[in-house]
Every structure is written in C-alpha cells, then in structure tokens.
Design a protein around this ligand. Structure first.
Ligand code: PLP
Length: 423
C-alpha cells in the first residue's frame, strides 16, 4: 500500500502560469492564485479543498482509479476519495485508535453515519446481529428501521451479560456483535475482551462504539475488537463546532468498508478534517481535565440528599467498577445520576426536573457532548431498552466540561435549590 509520503500533489505538476499575462480577462479569473511556492515550513499541513483532482496523463487517471478500487490508501482521483488533508486525518486515526494494531480508517460526516455505514458494509439480508441494549439511541432506530427492512435481524442483549450467555444467543446466521462500553445513559461496562475472544472462536466480527473513552482512556483493538466507531464530533473535536465520525477496522476488514464508503459517496471536506486534526492535538490534556472535573462533581453528587446512585464507572460503587479498572486507562466527563424519590415514594415531577436543568449558568441543555463546556440533560430511556430496562428513578446525564469544578458544583447546588422550590 502506498503511504501518504509518496502521494503526489497534482497541482505541483501543472505548468507555471503566474505572471505570463499582462491584462486581465476571463482567463485570469481561472488561472491566477493557484500556485504560490512559499518557502516556509509550518507545524500544520495546508488545508486542501478539492472536488476535482487533476492528472498529467490519461494513464495516470486510470491508474489512480484502479488503485482506489483496490482500496489503496493515499491515492485519489476525485475529491470524494480524499485529499492530503483527509488522508492525513485517516492515517492519524488508524494509527492512534489502532495503537499498534494494523488498522485502516474511513471518515464520515457524522458518528452516526460511521455506525450505519459499518453495519451496512458487513451485514446482508438473512444475517443476524447481536446488539447491546445500551446502544446509542439512533443506532437502535437504524437497526429497527433500515437494517430490518434489508432483512437483517437484530437481537438485543443485556450489556452486563457474560460471554457464555451471549454465546447462547448466537444463531448460525450471527455475523456481528456490536458493543458499546460504557453504555449510553446508564454506563454499564461490558466485558469487551471476554466477548471478543468468544466471538473470535466463532469467526464473528466484533465492533464497538468508542465514544466515551476516547483514544486517551480506551484502546479497543487491544481488547480484541475488529472495528471501532468514533464519533469525532465528541472528544476528538472537543470544541462543539464540527460534525464527523470514523470507522476504524483491522486491515483484513478494510475492503468491504471502503467499497461501501465509495459506493455511497461518503466523504468530508478538508476544512472539517483540519478542525478534527486540530482538536486531536490537545485531546490528552483535555481528557485529563474532563476526568478530574467529572470526578469532583460525581463525588459531590454522591453526598447530596437529592441523589440516588451516581452512574460513573470510576466510582468504586459502580457495579462493573472492576471491569472498568481492568480495561480503561481513565474516565471521561460524561456520566449520569439518579434523582432520589421523595419520602412519600413519589418521583420528582417534570416541573422539578426542569427547575434543576433550566437556567443553569454553566450547564447548557443539549444532546451532543464532548466539547469544552458542561451540559445537563434528563435521560428519557424508556423506549431505548428492550431487555435491560432502567429500574431506578429519573436519570440526569451530565457532561462535565473544562470549567472550574467549584463553579459547576455551585451551579448544580442552585439547581437543587430551584428543584426544591418547584412543585
Ligand atoms: C454522539 C454519539 C454518536 C454519534 O455521533 P454524531 O457525530 O453526533 O453523529 C454515536 N455514539 C455515541 C455513543 C454518541 O454519544
């Protein structure tokens, strides 16, 4: 496979045109400003914006199309296939997420599209999919909608299931096991290495949604997965200003994924790719701070009378704390807590929950997370579970940002006080 380094810059091969014409005419608008050899080196690559890719010869055009059909990396004949900017991001993703394993990455306009494209790439009519019950909500919608329409049958499994019990749910048509750890809203930690070892014995592909842990705290290929889905929108970007996703797969799984990406015309622009590369530069320091701040807030919440359980895997009381400790290198800024029922056995009312969430100074109300800022949202998961329903009281999900945790705690304290005064 060709590396990025020996990829060619097609613009460099064009004839020099600057300065040849004295007067301005329609041609000037087309040809000026396309070539400028600045003799500087910068830490960051220039950003390529390209729909058209130019060739010197027809032979070169043909060779590039064929290379892309073979799944070769770093060779482009069309903007949708890639540019040096998107290739640089793909290369970084494959190496960072792969962490020593031989992987390839495809980038998509959103994390959700990375999930749906991955499922479409490897599943066909008649196949059976084992999907964690704690999956991201839109993943569930896709399984019940498009996948089921295509004749792929999904069985939901309890995220806390043992590999042996999961093995018992397999059918002769089971093609893939899709994991998410910790699970959305309820933060169950799965025995990912155990499940992957079991799946490998049966030749079944495993994929994981690795949104929460980020590459700083989670190394899914070390746990044995075949594919990892990354909502780059979240911690990789880190600034709540760009949407993107990636599917990273072991090299032997690359071709079906790449074919699907090509067939569906899935691509991202250079500016967005450069923003993800920029976010990535600071992800380690951001994650350390998210971890620290979230633990401060989580410990404080544990002592509050309004709060039942705090669903944060790094807390010793979490039911799968030992699994988290074994597999993860740290914890991120996202967790939930349960509101305690009143002494009369009544759950807090929706007005009280609104009083807690609305009008906070530092906590925005929003779904997407992973930016520098804190967020609060009530988790309504009634329709999002099939086999492992949440049995406790109302859940509130927090994303703890990079603010001073003292300010965040004071803000939540005001929220609890507003909740106490609401009816
Ligand atoms: C946000 C999220 C996604 C989807 O990412 P988008 O880029 O917003 O589409 C996927 N999985 C999980 C667990 C998420 O939280």
């Amino acid at each position: 496979m060709r590396s990025l380094d020996d990829g060619e810059n097609p613009l460099k091969k064009q004839k020099r045109t600057s300065g040849q014409r004295q007067t301005t005419n329609a041609t000037s608008f087309v040809e000026m400003g396309r070539e400028f050899d600045a003799d500087i080196r910068t830490p960051n690559l220039p950003v390529y914006r390209a729909s058209t890719v130019l060739f010197d010869t027809l032979e070169e055009a043909k060779a590039r199309v064929e290379a892309s059909e073979r799944g070769e990396l770093g060779v482009s004949h069309y903007g949708t296939i890639g540019t040096p900017t998107t290739f640089a991001l793909r290369d970084a993703l494959a190496r960072i997420e792969g962490a020593g394993h031989s992987c390839c990455a495809a980038i998509m306009p959103s994390g959700l599209m990375a999930i749906t494209t991955l499922l479409l790439a490897y599943l066909k009519p008649g196949d059976h999919l084992l999907m964690t019950d704690s999956a991201y909500g839109p993943t569930r919608v896709f399984c019940k909608g498009t996948l089921s329409k295509l004749g792929v049958h999904t069985t939901w499994y309890d995220p806390t299931i043992t590999p042996e019990k999961l093995e018992a749910l397999m059918t002769p048509n089971t093609r893939m096991i899709f994991l998410e750890s910790p699970g959305s809203y309820t933060f169950e930690i799965q025995d990912v290495p155990g499940i992957c070892a079991m799946a490998r014995r049966h030749g079944i592909m495993t994929a994981i949604d690795n949104a929460w842990g980020s590459p700083v705290f989670a190394r899914p290929f070390g746990w044995g997965v075949d594919a990892s889905v990354l909502p780059l929108t979240k911690y990789w970007s880190g600034h709540a200003d760009v949407l993107m996703g990636a599917a990273v797969v072991r090299e032997e799984h690359w071709l079906p994924l790449w074919r699907t990406v090509r067939e569906m015309g899935i691509c991202v622009g250079g500016d967005d790719a450069a923003l993800i590369l920029r976010g990535m530069r600071t992800i380690d320091v951001r994650m350390q701070r998210h971890q620290h701040n979230a633990l401060e807030v989580a410990h404080w919440l544990e002592r509050r009378p309004e709060v039942g359980v705090v669903l944060h895997p790094a807390l010793p009381g979490h039911p799968q704390h030992a699994l988290w400790k074994r597999d993860f290198k740290g914890s991120s800024g996202l967790f939930s807590f349960e509101l305690r029922t009143h002494s009369e056995g009544r759950n807090p009312t929706s007005t009280q929950i609104a009083a807690l969430c609305e009008g906070r100074r530092y906590f925005g109300i929003g779904y997407s997370w992973g930016g520098y800022e804190s967020l609060i949202f009530p988790a309504r998961i009634g329709s999002l579970r099939s086999v492992a329903p949440w049995q406790g009281g109302p859940l509130i999900r927090l994303h703890i940002g990079l603010e001073d945790p003292v300010d965040l705690i004071a803000d939540l304290e005001e929220g609890f006080s507003a909740m106490a005064h609401a009816t």
